[in-house]
Unconditional design. Sequence first.
Lengths: 180, 176
Amino acid sequence: MPRRNIGKAELFLGFLKIGLLGFGGVAPWARHIIVEEKRWLTDREFAELLGVGQVLPGPNTINAAVILGDRNQGLIGVLLCLLGQMAMPLVIVTALAVVYDRVAMVPEVRAALIGAAAASAGLVLGTALKMIRNIRPTPFSYAIGAAGFVAIGLLRWPLVPVVLVLVPTAITAIWWERRK
Amino acid sequence: MTGVLAELARTFALLSLVSIGGVNALLPEIHRQVVEIHGWMTDQAFASAFAIANASPGPNVIFVSLIGWQVAGLSGLLVATLALLIPSSALAYFAGRALTRWSHHPAVAVLRDGLIPVALGMMLASGISMMRTVDRDVVTVLISLGTTAFVYTTRRNPLWALASGAIVNVAALHVF
């Protein structure tokens, strides 16, 4: 829960920045802006929000933007967060589509894109590790997270059945852990 | 033209409701609909659009936006984007309200805590999947691991690491 209501302009500009910077996956950038730069949420609150966004249909950061926008500024907040997150990427992707055929075959451009993509992979990985460090999950949570990681990341099982098994297992495990 | 727009809207609105895991999880189905069923794009145009969307910042929804753009221009872009976003966002809106409303209920607390490790595991998995897709040589593996270390140990803007990754890989092109 946010400690105070985040203003409309603040929400819009925050998500505009998340969208603009969001190379190679928005989630790490959303965390960078929301947790480290603006301090709207703690790591734990952000992970909760992302978790809810993940199990619902739709992109996780879009769902997270909807929920964060509504909690702070209602429906207007939702629209501002979505518009903020989508505006710059839509302009950039169409501009890129226009020049793509001409520049994509330049070896330097290819190398730069691949280098940035390799760094994006590290950005996602480093952000996940940092969140784990800051949240300090219980042993059960560790096991659940590790199982999800192995199933999706290493074995490359399809996401939906994994989530459908993992979420009830996680809930049962945490409920059981609390009971003791 | 309106026929195409209506068909874009119908196709992506339906996909929106089953898009657990976002657009990347839907990729095979989007390909089937766009290339095989409707014949809106060739295989090659589809692959280029995917590469362009990946090189752009922002949520990977923009891949669908770009498909709309290439099928029917600006109106196609708007229709495809909104069709993909509105159904799932409406669901998130009501789910978020329900969670806030019953936030003090012990079951909701357990649900939220249960989703944390799932989110962390998925994020870790997507980092590794990205590395497996992108990293083809020693240099790219080092860029990925270097960025991981940078992000893990500092609070600095990750844009520095991304720019360095691009520069290092271009430099490597000329050195090796």
